[in-house]
Design a protein around this ligand. Structure first.
Ligand code: NAD
Length: 314
């Protein structure tokens, strides 16, 4: 098949694009490199630098494409609180641009990378796709709006659509920005440097951490499965892990005891998050394979940034 992956130079986009070319597909990648790195991509991925709001570029890239994976987005919840206009322009506006260009080019299917963040805070866990979304950040609002646009424009023009609500993905190559770094690469770096792990809030908040290869498996299935049109489908591990427990597992993976500091100044975010995976199993044949302990070990083994730190740690 011929694919276009937007956000192809990013963490999930590059893992997906590399997997698709390894499976023998023809893959074009688009990314503006605001966060991504094209060096991660196999030379077999035809990469173009560009913005998802550049429709002439999209028209060119979409010729003869069967399925679009739309992953390009700004992805930081705290940053979205500071810059909601930008999150709206890229995550919502960019999605509308991709849908319009797909309509014009006659592409059959789009798979949207949405987020578990759209659920917000719910006491009832695990979270089922029928739960009423309750977004708590501009990022979450933008992902929910993107879902609605994809479904609505898809319905109006007869494009097949599916949105995967990915929970907390992690693995080798996950960005580690100086500000607002995601918890797993931040903890791994802190542990390897022999420092304290800084937990936001009291650490009792739970998340569903899913390894990148499992997310890629679900994305791959979403391009070809039948009877998933218009669905939103959770993609997670189905395991609920507190941040305290995560800190312990990171210490084990790093092979050294870790101190944990609790920063009450920073909010720990929503109190609980765990994906109900029944629909994913039924419609995508999805079953996560990598446990959190194994995924942390694989991340340390496969990510050169951590190998470097290990050699200098005491
Ligand atoms: P990432 O930041 O590594 O990848 C996003 C990519 O999009 C980056 O390479 C960035 O350069 C690119 N991009 C940003 N703005 C763009 C624009 N205007 N035009 C073209 N490219 C642009 O993040 P990721 O973790 O790989 O996330 C990929 C997708 O999955 C996103 O849509 C995100 O919302 C979704 N998602 C990720 C997670 C997770 O835990 N990683 C969870 C839920 C959903």
């Amino acid at each position: 098949m011929n694919f276009l992956v937007t956000g192809a130079a990013g963490f999930l986009g590059s893992a997906l694009a590399n997997r698709l070319v390894a499976d023998g597909h023809a893959v074009r990648g688009l990314d503006d490199l605001s966060a991504g790195d094209p060096e991660r991509l196999s030379p077999r991925v035809l990469f173009t630098r560009g913005d998802v709001n550049d429709r002439p570029k999209l028209w060119t890239l979409l010729q003869d494409v069967h399925c679009v994976y739309h992953l390009a987005a700004r992805v930081s919840v705290p940053e979205s609180v500071l810059y909601p206009r930008e999150y709206n322009a890229v995550n919502v506006g960019g999605t509308v641009s991709v849908m319009e260009a797909m309509r014009d080019a006659g592409v059959q299917r789009v798979v949207l990378a949405s987020s578990g963040a759209v659920y917000g805070d719910h006491g009832r866990q695990p979270l089922n796709e029928g739960e009423t979304p309750s977004p708590r950040s501009p990022y979450a609002v933008s992902k929910l709006s993107a879902e609605y646009y994809v479904q609505t424009i898809g319905q109006l023009w007869g494009l097949e659509t599916v949105a995967l609500r990915v929970f907390n993905a992690y693995g080798p190559g996950q960005p580690l920005p100086a500000a607002h770094a995601p918890v797993i690469p931040r903890f791994l770096r802190q542990a390897l440097q022999g420092g304290s792990l800084v937990v936001h809030g009291d650490g009792r908040q739970t998340r569903d951490y899913v390894y990148v290869d499992d997310v890629v498996e679900a994305l791959a299935a979403a391009a070809v499965r039948q009877e998933i049109n218009r669905l939103v489908i959770n993609v997670g591990s189905g395991q609920e892990t507190s941040v305290r427990e995560l800190a312990r597992l990171v210490g084990e993976a790093a092979g050294q005891p870790v101190d944990v500091l609790y920063s009450k100044a920073e909010s720990g975010g929503v109190s609980r998050m765990c994906a109900d995976l029944r629909l994913a199993e039924e419609r995508l044949g999805f079953r996560p394979r990598v446990s959190l302990a194994d995924g942390l070990r694989l991340t340390l083994e496969r990510d050169a940034r951590f190998a470097g730190l290990k050699s200098v740690s005491p």
